[in-house]
Design a protein around this ligand. Structure first.
Ligand code: GLP
Length: 257
């Protein structure tokens, strides 16, 4: 796991966009894994700017979303499919039909989850997965006590996650109780992962993610077993890291750089 502490969310957005642009230039038909939440928004804005101003094209990419609320009408503005469309897809040239998302309205959830996994496999798997992290250490909607090998499935949100996400709704009661999420085992199959965390509220989750014991209590800790994960944090989110100075030292003294 590489840990990169940068001064501001804008610096993180540029660094993460550099990596994505690099991968897409090597492989135009890259399979992107997209996350919702506020943490990746500056990255999406930076990619959109590069598309508008510098000719970055994502036209041959495909995308898979991590998760979706259950029970929101398909046209609800906070359904993740619509959020990602508004905040990213509509600003770049990824064809809408190349964007896949778990269904939050399927009658047969088990079959829909299995079909989603199959679609990911058929696409050749995710090349680069963008992730945020919840204050309770969740990634996608894998809440504490999720199996570290879990697959795409229906899950129940914690009180804390519903409270954290209430800011996107009119009230806490409106936040769905359930969601469909890629599992931890599913996410672990992405070839490369970029996790973005900013702000003081993420400091404890980030310290657990990077330096805590691998535990279902902090689901993101499973990423310690991933071969190619970069964790981008700003000063606030990185404030509780014990080996902060060492991560900066590693970043500035890369072999061959
Ligand atoms: C949601 C999403 C996660 C996201 C997390 C953090 O619950 N399901 O994918 O990482 O919130 O969101 P934010 O970046 O807004 O703090």
């Amino acid at each position: 796991m590489d840990v990169v502490v940068l001064p501001t969310p804008a610096d993180i957005a540029r660094a993460a966009a550099d990596r994505i642009a690099d991968i897409v230039s090597q492989r135009p038909d890259t399979v992107l894994g997209l996350a919702t939440g506020s943490s990746p928004l500056p990255l999406y804005q930076e990619l959109a700017r590069r598309h508008r101003e510098e000719g970055l094209s994502l036209a041959q990419t495909q995308a898979f979303l991590l998760d979706e609320y259950v029970g929101l009408p398909a046209d609800h503005p906070e359904a993740y499919r619509n959020v990602i469309d508004r905040e990213f897809i509509s600003l770049v040239d990824i064809p809408r039909e190349a964007v896949n998302s778990p269904s939050g309205t399927a009658e047969d959830m088990t079959a829909a989850c299995a079909a989603y996994e199959e679609a990911m496999r058929a696409a050749g798997g995710v090349d680069i997965q963008i992730l945020g992290i919840g204050t309770d250490g969740h990634i996608a909607f894998n809440e504490p006590a999720s199996a570290l090998t879990s697959r795409t499935r229906l899950t129940t949100l914690t009180k804390q996650t519903r409270a954290d996400n209430a800011r996107f709704f009119n009230s806490l009661e409106e936040v769905p109780m359930h969601a469909v999420t890629q599992g931890l085992g599913t996410i672990m199959e992405a070839r490369e992962i970029l996790l973005i965390a900013t702000g003081t509220s993420k400091a404890e989750a980030v310290a657990q993610l990077v330096e805590g014991p691998i535990s279902a209590l902090w689901p993101a800790t499973v990423l310690q077993n991933h071969q190619h994960t970069t964790v981008f944090v700003d000063e606030e989110a990185g404030a509780n890291l014990q080996l902060r100075d060492y991560y900066a030292h590693v970043h500035h003294n890369r072999p061959g750089a």
